[in-house]
Design a protein around this ligand. Structure first.
Ligand SMILES: [Fe+2]
Length: 504
């Protein structure tokens, strides 16, 4: 018995020592500076066969990615992975790494990791799926994460987590801009840390915001294009203060605008958008931009937004865009069908079952619907009471998502919380829904829904306009005077009279 007791004691001591050693090793694992930070997998060119990747390290090293079909990953990990090396560059005291993966298989789920072959240091395993080309898929849209502390980014990441739970089949996430507040490396590291799960679980579609580079925001040029690996469209301003680009997904054409390129919008971008959208024969056309043309937030009466409204509305109307998603104003706004800055009064709606649920569809409507899914972040604005008439006339949903608690600390705003939207495309149907996540309880509430049934494809003639700097200078000058003139007219005829009327 004594012998057995001694043996048991010895065994226990050995186990304790082993665990102690393991803990000590874990505790002393030192940072190497080669740990991948700010990892993203972005839409790049052909959604069926290509993706762009970016990440950063503190120390310089090679840029390598390993990608493997998820079906074979379980059996052999990265043993049979496609290995691609990319470029490394210096940026703000860090080393940026970019890789483009091409020749991927359509409709395939992939696993990947980024890192350095030379130092044998790798990220956690990420996933993405390529477009299978059919006409049915879902995606998530969020806006204005724009935090300036890790804690606030983490709050926004909880909203993104909920978005993924409520959109389990989402194939990508659109971030409508203002990822960060002051565009420092520290903020991007916080964003990357908090959003690592989201950005390595879904393909990201980044839209440049004014906080990622704008003449009104500290000339933060090139941050957007150095942080996200996208394939910019032809034009003069690519890489300077944002970028514009496009992609097809299923039977939808997505055009991503650079709304930092305003006052005026260069003729290069304007022409590129016309060429890009009209060249597509996709059933649906979706425009993504940071600054909202329809909003009741604090920015809507500012000169920059007013100057661009007419430009955006004209483009949307003339190219047959169906849905416009924007950010910037940190409040919730969605229009009815609008064209020429007027509500399309003749729109016919029908309620029918979709996936077993009664859903109201606008049937083959004129015009487009504009949605601003507030913000997934914690900085939220109220409704601007001075928003002028054409905008408020178009509103079908307009509210703040800001917390408004009474003296007992009870929330009185049913719409309070971080906001996300999802869009489901199913052939000739498009269903947009928006949700808020309560800050305290994390309970998710659906706050809006709008659906379109479009059986007839638009017949719009394609354009072939110049997009080079020299060939578009005269157009840019004309745009400048048109936008400034339009801005002055709007102030004189709409905003100032409304402000005066509000005094009495
Ligand atoms: Fe913004």
């Amino acid at each position: 018995m004594k012998k057995t007791a001694k043996r048991t004691l010895a065994l226990l001591l050995t186990i304790i020592m082993l665990f102690s050693c393991m803990s000590a090793n874990a505790a002393t694992t030192e940072k190497t500076g080669y740990e991948p930070l700010r990892i993203s997998c972005t839409m790049y060119g052909d959604a069926k066969t290509q993706r762009g990747f970016t990440w950063y390290t503190e120390n310089g090293c090679d840029a390598t990615i390993q990608i493997v079909d998820r079906a074979t990953y379980a059996a052999s990990g990265f043993d049979n992975a496609i290995t691609i090396t990319g470029e490394t560059f210096n940026w703000d005291g860090y080393f940026g790494h970019k890789v483009v993966a091409s020749d991927l298989k359509a409709g395939t789920k992939y696993k990947y990791r980024v890192g350095t072959t030379n130092k044998d240091q790798w990220s956690k395993v990420g996933t993405f799926v390529t477009d299978d080309g059919d006409d049915s898929f879902s995606f998530i849209a969020i806006a204005d994460v724009q935090a300036s502390s890790l804690e606030n980014f983490q709050e926004a990441a909880v909203v993104m987590d909920k978005a993924m739970q409520y959109t389990p089949d989402a194939e990508f996430v659109v971030n409508l801009g203002d990822f960060v507040n002051d565009c420092t490396s520290e903020e991007w590291n916080w964003y990357g840390e908090a959003f690592e799960k989201a950005n390595t679980s879904l393909t990201l579609v980044p839209v440049v915001g004014n906080h990622e580079g704008n003449i009104t925001n500290k000339l933060n040029v090139e941050w957007f294009t150095n942080t996200f690996n996208i394939l910019p469209g032809d034009g003069a301003l690519n890489g300077v203060n944002g970028a514009y680009y496009s992609y097809d997904y299923g039977d939808v054409h997505f055009t991503v605008m650079n709304s930092n390129d305003m006052y005026p919008m260069t003729e290069a971008q304007r022409n590129w958008i016309y060429n890009d959208i009209t060249a597509s024969d996709a059933h649906w056309k979706v425009l993504l931009l940071h600054r909202a043309a329809y909003s009741a937030g604090k920015n809507i009466n500012k000169p920059d937004t007013l100057a661009m409204r007419d430009t955006i509305i004209e483009i949307v109307d003339e190219t047959g865009v169906d849905l416009v998603l924007s950010g910037h104003d940190h409040m919730y706004f969605r229009t009815l069908q609008v064209a020429g800055d007027q509500v399309c009064e003749d729109t016919v709606y029908v309620t029918e079952k979709f996936n077993g649920v009664d859903t109201t569809f606008a049937v083959d409507p004129e015009g487009a619907v504009y949605a601003l899914p507030s913000t997934a972040g914690t900085k939220r604005y109220g409704v601007n009471e001075n928003t002028y008439a054409p905008i408020m006339d178009a509103a079908d949903a307009c509210f703040t998502t800001r917390s408004e608690k009474d003296e007992n600390g009870v929330e009185t705003n049913p719409y309070a919380g971080g906001c996300f939207a999802n869009v489901e495309i199913d052939g000739d149907r498009l269903i947009y829904k928006a949700y808020v996540v309560n800050d305290d309880t994390k309970k998710v509430t659906q706050v809006d829904e709008y659906a379109i049934k479009k059986t007839v494809k638009d017949d719009i003639e394609s354009t072939n306009r110049p997009t080079d700097l020299i060939g578009t200078i005269d157009g840019s000058v004309a745009n400048f005077f048109t936008e400034i003139f339009g801005l002055i007219i709007t102030y004189i005829t709409k905003i100032i009279p409304q402000l005066i009327a509000g005094l009495f």
